[in-house]
Design a protein around this ligand. Structure first.
Ligand code: ARG
Length: 606
């Protein structure tokens, strides 16, 4: 897909002539030439960031691979490569480690030059992808009138970060919330309202006419209505049957029910837009499952005609072959024996639209890992039926945010936590922590409130994004909101501290200047800064925002160590001071860029 930061990047960079390739791309190219000069394949020259920083900054493992093919001693090949690749301007030292690893340390002047060009580059060295693709990112996925649960929250946070990341690298991303707006909960709601207010015009089966433009319920009432409706439907078979009847009537198009349904959707969407907006999460499309209901019959006809769908025990199914090396998965049911469609039927029709009508080349589904089987079935069916012949379909699965009881996080009373309440809760904890740490002391109440909101959001999002997304984690508000360690607030603090150093310098009339070759005090920080493009690529290639979190943390730590040793504002050597300011400014830009990619806004000051 062109995410690899190999030699190709260098060619693109030369072509465009302004953009900057990643360090590993530049080094790969040098090594590739050497391998080629020895009659070996260029690919062997791939250079990556070292797994063993104690041995070198970068490493090349090509000699090992070459030796296998040639049945030669890898140490010997490594020696030949190293003898030829010598270039004192670029390399400080190149060493060989058993059984044939080549370890590379860059010269300080080369590092400084690279960091300098990074700081001049508007994209901080991150080349856009060579072949941008039309990507549809399906995330969020809340259900109308039902409270959002932690799965939806995680999907919104992770999906939003991936949306930002893929866009930053030049992909054409369309985010779609794919609302659950067509399930039995709609029938339950209608049924419940009918009992409470039978006089409303929506329930008069005789009229098909004009209905009020104003919704009959506001969001709070809708939420309460859902809880009552749900409890009632669960209470007995008759109640459930009644809700299901209403659902069927709605789906068959009874005008009053459709009008009511539209109101429920609008009221819910308005509230969702507000809550998700407060979280900083946006969608291009607010499509829902209902959108595809008209498309389904035609799709089913085609699938039957082509022999892709078969009747089996009264249900229409797509049989799925066992894929080599994988477990056999059950057939995808498209039509139940009672004639109803299922979740997967809608998803298949959605894929059809996304590919046929929107020209999507890649579909990403940011959904709870507990839906893995569902997506495996839908994707395989989409491939087998030719609906998604050439498109890439990926389930970007994630684990659960658990409460202290080890089960998916809920409110103290056992209900799903409303997003609004959750944000309020983290904001309150942020206030508390700010007071303890003396943050934003003496600021006006309005600014303090704004800062607390941002601290709270940073806490929530960073905690959600910092782990490998497939792992479960524990909701621990006290830990998430701390101002030190791997937390959102720590990174806000890190950014703001650098901002304030730069501001103080400016007030003293000092400006950032040319970067000087680093000494032992700065080298770690400079090297880290130079590896920013690799971090962004790595995050993108694996759809893994945690790579960015990890990088931001290292950067903040490296900056702290640097700042302990180098007293920027008190330095007397003006050139050195200007270089340090430039380093600080670059560090700030990288941290800011990462926080932006994570969807974490930074307050002006703290
Ligand atoms: N509404 C679904 C749920 O709550 C999530 C939708 C995910 N997207 C999809 N295309 N299936 O589980």
């Amino acid at each position: 897909m062109g995410y690899r930061s190999g030699e190709k990047d260098l060619e693109i960079a030369k072509e465009i002539n302004v953009l900057l390739p990643a360090l590993s791309a530049i080094l790969s190219s040098k090594f590739a030439e050497t391998f080629q000069a020895l009659g070996l394949s260029r690919e062997l020259g791939d250079v990556v960031i070292s797994q063993r920083p104690d041995l070198g900054q970068f490493q090349c493992n090509g000699a090992l691979a070459a030796a296998k093919g040639l049945k030669r001693n890898p140490m010997e090949i490594a020696r030949e490569i190293v003898d030829r690749v010598r270039d004192p301007q670029t390399f400080k030292e190149i060493t060989i480690a058993n059984p044939g690893f080549i370890n590379v340390n860059l010269s300080d002047s080369f590092l400084a030059e690279y960091a300098e060009s990074l700081s001049r580059d508007g994209r901080l060295g991150c080349l856009p992808v060579t072949h941008p693709q039309k990507v549809i990112l399906d995330f969020g996925g809340p259900n109308i009138a039902k409270p959002m649960h932690v799965g939806h929250l995680r999907s919104a946070i992770i999906g939003d970060s991936l949306q930002r990341l893929l866009r930053f690298l030049g992909e054409q991303v369309t985010g779609d919330i794919h609302l659950g707006d067509w399930g039995t909960q709609m029938g339950m709601l209608i049924d419940e309202l009918k009992r409470r207010r039978p006089e409303l015009p929506y329930f008069d089966a005789a009229t098909a006419g004009e209905y009020p433009a104003e919704p009959p319920v506001a969001i709070a009432e809708l939420e309460e209505l859902y809880q009552a409706a749900y409890a009632r439907a669960k209470s007995s078979e008759e109640e459930m049957a009644s809700a299901l009847r209403a659902t069927v009537e709605l789906q068959q198009g009874r005008p009053g029910y459709r009008a009511l349904w539209k109101h429920f959707v609008n009221v819910s969407v308005e509230a969702l837009k507000k809550d998700l907006g407060d979280l900083g999460v946006t969608f291009d499309l607010w499509f829902g499952e209902s959108r595809y209901q008209d498309r389904i019959p035609k799709m089913l006809e085609e699938l039957k005609a082509q022999g892709h769908a078969q009747w089996s025990e009264g249900a229409l199914v797509v049989h799925l072959d066992q894929e080599p090396g994988k477990k056999k998965i059950p057939p995808l049911i498209l039509v139940k024996s009672d004639g109803g469609y299922l979740y997967g039927t809608t998803d298949l029709a959605t894929i059809d639209e996304r590919i046929k009508d929107f020209g999507a080349q890649r579909l990403l589904y940011v959904v709870d890992k507990r839906q893995s089987l569902h997506f495996a079935q839908v994707f395989q069916a989409a491939k087998a039926t030719g609906i998604a012949e050439n498109a890439r379909l990926e389930h970007v699965a994630f684990g659960t945010m658990n409460g202290p009881d080890g089960k998916p996080f809920k409110t103290r009373t056992g209900g799903a936590m409303k997003l609004k309440d959750l944000i309020e809760m983290v904001t309150a904890e942020a206030h508390q922590k700010m007071s303890e740490a003396g943050v934003a002391e003496g600021y006006e109440a309005a600014e303090r409130e704004d800062i607390a909101k941002k601290v709270g959001i940073a806490a929530l999002k960073f905690a959600d994004l910092m782990n490998d997304r497939t792992t479960d984690y524990l909701f621990d508000l006290e830990k998430f909101t701390r101002f030190e360690g791997r937390t959102g607030p720590y990174h806000l603090y890190a950014a703001i501290r650098i901002k304030s150093i730069l501001r103080k310098a400016e007030e003293k009339g000092l400006a950032p200047g040319t970067l000087l070759p680093p000494t032992d005090d700065e080298r770690e920080l400079v090297l880290k800064l130079c590896q920013f493009p690799e971090a962004v690529r790595g995050a993108c290639a694996n759809l893994a925002p945690n790579v960015l979190c990890e990088f931001a943390y290292d950067l903040a730590q490296d900056f702290s160590r640097f700042y302990e040793r180098c007293h920027i504002l008190r330095e007397e050597d003006a050139r050195l001071q200007a270089s340090w300011l430039a380093l600080s400014r670059l560090c700030l830009r990288e941290i800011e860029q990462i926080l932006f990619l994570l969807g974490i806004p930074i307050p002006e000051r703290m």
